[in-house]
Design a protein around this ligand. Structure first.
Ligand code: ATP
Ligand code: MG
Length: 294
């Protein structure tokens, strides 16, 4: 990598890539088009994005080929249990997307219904180190069958009695007649960095982290506008989620009504609006916040 420029390792294609490109875009990073697409240069920051398979991201960062990377905690944890260098990497920021869970599952109504039933059985997984560690912690001895993908077919093909695989909605498990019975790891995308490999680009990493935090904060923050009876202000304030200092302004021609503007830092549900309405709120608007800086 070139001196002074930050290299960010990111998945080339897939679930992490999607969220990663969105995050960069919302953070104001403009990537130049590159023909081979292995390396894309940012036009407006000293940043280069290296596009690789997600499995390779921890070792690219640990080796110093990239100063930082966006990867799923599942892949990071698996790689960390095989390599001390990966285990030494820092999670700089949790990114809140690509959420999924590594779960143990087995055929519905089959002989494996819980963790104890795994004793002496075979478990298919793409996460052998995490699965082995989980079993060891529970004092279970079982055979681990490593598979690169399509793990959910293993029980049906009599390759294994159970699987340890990523689940988000559970639809794949259900379609294959499997039921999850235990969580091994909760995962989301994280930004990892190797402080020794920043090569003069620490300030760029700090700037990127600050922008990522702003994007993440603005995603869960909403701006609420409503009119409310003056005498029910306290009631309304109690309902607004995570809004500490709303602006209260007069409404022309109405002595009994005020306009309330508030930044809500917690999720605004339909039920929140219903409560606001029940407390006399009217003309309620919820707007997204595009950018935020504390
Ligand atoms: P690659 O070619 O880069 O190796 P892949 O097939 O391993 O791609 P994806 O299926 O895109 O990768 O998943 C990448 C990461 O996204 C996973 O490691 C995990 O962190 C996260 N992920 C996996 N499954 C889901 C899911 N169902 N919902 C949300 N995030 C998921
Ligand atoms: Mg992969």
């Amino acid at each position: 990598m070139s001196a002074g420029r930050l290299t960010l390792a990111m998945q080339k294609k897939g679930r992490l890539a999607e969220g990663g490109f969105d995050l960069l875009k919302q953070s104001g990073v403009k990537l130049a088009y590159a023909r081979d697409e292995l390396m894309r240069r940012a036009e407006n920051l000293p940043l280069d994005v290296m596009l690789i398979r997600d499995d390779d991201i921890p070792s690219f960062v640990a080796s110093g080929a990239c100063g930082c990377g966006i990867v799923g905690e599942n892949v990071l944890a698996e790689a960390a249990s095989r390599s001390a260098r990966v285990a030494g990497l820092e999670i700089v920021q949790r990114l809140g997307f690509a959420r999924c869970t590594l779960k143990l599952a087995a055929p519905v109504n089959g002989p494996v219904q819980n963790v104890a039933d795994l004793e002496g059985r075979a478990i298919a997984t793409s996460y052998p180190a995490l699965t082995a560690k989980f079993l060891k912690d529970r004092g279970i001895s079982a055979e681990i069958v490593e598979m690169g993908g399509s793990v959910e077919v293993a029980p049906r093909m009599n390759i294994a009695d159970a699987i340890c695989d990523l689940v988000s909605t559970g639809a794949t498990l259900e379609a294959n007649g499997l039921a999850a019975f235990e969580t091994v790891l909760e995962s989301e995308a994280v930004l990892i960095a190797n402080p020794a490999a920043l090569n003069g680009a620490a300030a760029t990493l700090d700037l990127l982290v600050e922008r990522f935090r702003g994007v993440i904060a603005s995603r869960q923050t909403k701006y609420i506008l409503l009119n409310a009876p003056k005498d029910r202000l306290d009631e309304i304030r109690a309902v607004l989620p995570g809004a500490d200092a709303p602006t209260v302004a007069p409404v022309v021609g109405r002595d009994d009504v005020v306009a309330i503007h508030a930044v809500c830092t917690e999720e605004v549900f339909w039920s929140t609006l219903e409560k606001l309405k029940a407390a006399g709120g009217r003309s309620i608007l919820v707007l997204p916040i595009e950018k935020m800086m504390a």
